[in-house]
Design a protein around this ligand. Structure first.
Ligand code: SF4
Length: 466
């Protein structure tokens, strides 16, 4: 309940027309036991939910200053269950990895297609091996003793707003807290879509000064299985993927990595998850419709562009190093020149579809911080140097935030000047998706009193203090 209240508070203070979970009478909270996910024994979870030494060490990785050292090789649990490492986590495996694993346990590799189908195809999306009807009883028994298909998440609660947007909270089975997915239906008219926004970490080390999630620091990387399961469960919640009419069943069409965490700070797990999501033998999302958003971890971004066919978005949010290094400390490690230089080298993206020829910049408008005419001019300069699009985003202020959203007239004028200058620019419309348009915007991960020690609040640039 604490968590839902915190989330509601964030949403309730959002931009005009935004979702208001606090006011809506239609809000429903659904106990985990009545939904698709099994609930693990409370006692076992309670043991794991506390702040331990490992977590404290991770919090030490919070970005505070130029000494940032991202966890380039942040470990994930790979394809092992985080609850019982003796079990293989099938949802953490790419198709080929599943084939190899099957061979390793004395089975035929072609069973990988069978398992992928039961885990990921419409109308299946099974939660346990027993539901795999055309798999022999003996193989199901074997699987049950050496692997898990559950995804290592436990459903905590679901809150549904009047417009159908659903906030889905998951408790990590390996403890430490709760992560959030948001399902945003937008199925009106041609080109309608339903997007699921997934988390990649519990908390985040990047310490963006405007971000709610940043306040808890980094507590845990999610595994590929935990990321994939958020999408599978979203598909279950939207009609189980069955039925002929995609619109009627709110088919999940898009996946964005814009929930809690900096996805590329957990790059191994995210690369694996994107591969699973876009595999045509499984969930089969278009590579153009799976988007990873980064705050600007340049080496990991370059690796993602090399190794993945998924789409990329970059949270820009400032046009000078002075401002960006203040509001996004990652800029102290990889400044604008480094970030933009890398993007210029990599875009238009080789071998990618038309949709991926442009860099997608997200730009949260903060009143008096990054919304001046000079900012417009600098964005236009960027747009002349590489193929790109700007998504202008309303900022959702939250408790303790020193930032305010630019007013609507300013935002519209900002966009107009960009378009008149020849850039492509859109304003995220006022539905659920602008509430979570930049990573971490909707984080409601846990009771704030558990987040201490919070990462430091960074001082304004000297010029702005005088
Ligand atoms: S905005 Fe994204 S990268 Fe920045 S602190 Fe929040 S979750 Fe992390």
């Amino acid at each position: 309940m604490m968590r839902a209240t915190a989330a509601a508070a964030v949403l309730a203070r959002s931009s005009p027309g935004a979702l208001d979970f606090r006011r809506t009478a239609a809000i429903r909270r659904v106990p985990a036991s009545s939904r698709g996910l099994a609930v693990s024994p409370t006692a076992r979870l309670a043991d794991r939910a506390g702040v331990d030494g490992e977590e404290a060490a991770r919090r030490g990785a919070s970005v505070a200053d130029a000494t940032l050292e991202p966890h380039v090789s942040a470990s994930t649990s790979g394809a092992r269950s985080v609850v019982d490492p003796s079990l293989a986590a099938l949802k953490g495996m790419r198709f080929e990895e599943l084939e190899s694993w099957l061979v390793g346990v004395g089975e035929r590799p072609r069973r990988a297609a069978q398992l992928f189908s039961w885990m990921y195809r419409r109308g299946k999306l099974v939660e346990d091996f027993d539901a795999m009807e055309d798999v022999s009883r003996s193989f199901r028994d074997t699987l049950g003793s050496i692997a898990t298909v559950g995804g290592d998440l436990e459903l905590d609660s679901i809150a549904t707003a009047r417009d159908g947007t659903r906030k889905v909270l998951y408790r990590l089975r390996n403890g430490g807290g709760v992560v959030e997915s948001v399902i945003i239906p937008s199925n009106k008219g041609q080109g309608g879509r339903t997007t699921v926004c997934v988390s990649s970490q519990l908390g985040c080390a990047m310490n963006c000064q405007f971000c709610f999630t940043a306040k808890m620091g980094l507590r845990k990387n999610l595994t590929a299985a935990q990321i994939v399961e958020q999408v599978v469960h979203a598909r279950r919640l939207t009609g189980g993927g069955g039925g002929a009419d995609a619109r009627a069943r709110e088919e999940i069409t898009n996946v964005v990595f814009m929930g809690m965490g900096e996805p590329l700070h957990n790059v191994d797990a995210v690369l694996a998850a994107v591969d699973v999501l876009t595999d045509p033998r499984g969930l089969a999302f278009s590579r153009n419709k799976v988007t990873v958003s980064t705050s600007g971890l340049v080496p990991e971004m370059e690796r993602y562009l090399r190794e993945s066919s998924g789409s990329l978005a970059v949270s820009l949010n400032a046009t000078t190093d002075e401002i960006r290094s203040w509001i996004m400390p990652i800029n102290r490690k990889y400044n604008l020149e480094r970030l933009l230089g890398s993007l210029r080298e990599n875009f238009p993206r080789q071998g990618a579809g038309r949709h991926q020829r442009h860099v997608f910049f997200e730009y949260i408008l903060l009143a008096g911080i990054n919304d001046s005419d000079e900012d417009v001019e600098r964005l236009l300069e960027i747009s002349r140097s590489m193929p790109c699009k700007f998504n202008l985003i309303y900022f959702n202020t939250h408790e303790g935030s020193e930032f305010q959203c630019s007013d609507e007239a300013t935002i519209k004028a900002f966009r107009r000047k960009l378009v008149d200058g020849g850039a492509m620019a859109t304003i995220r419309a006022s539905r659920g998706d602008e509430e979570m348009a930049a990573c971490g915007q909707l984080g409601s991960p846990d009771a704030p009193e558990d987040w201490k020690p919070a990462p430091p609040k960074l001082p304004k640039p000297r010029r702005m203090r005088e």
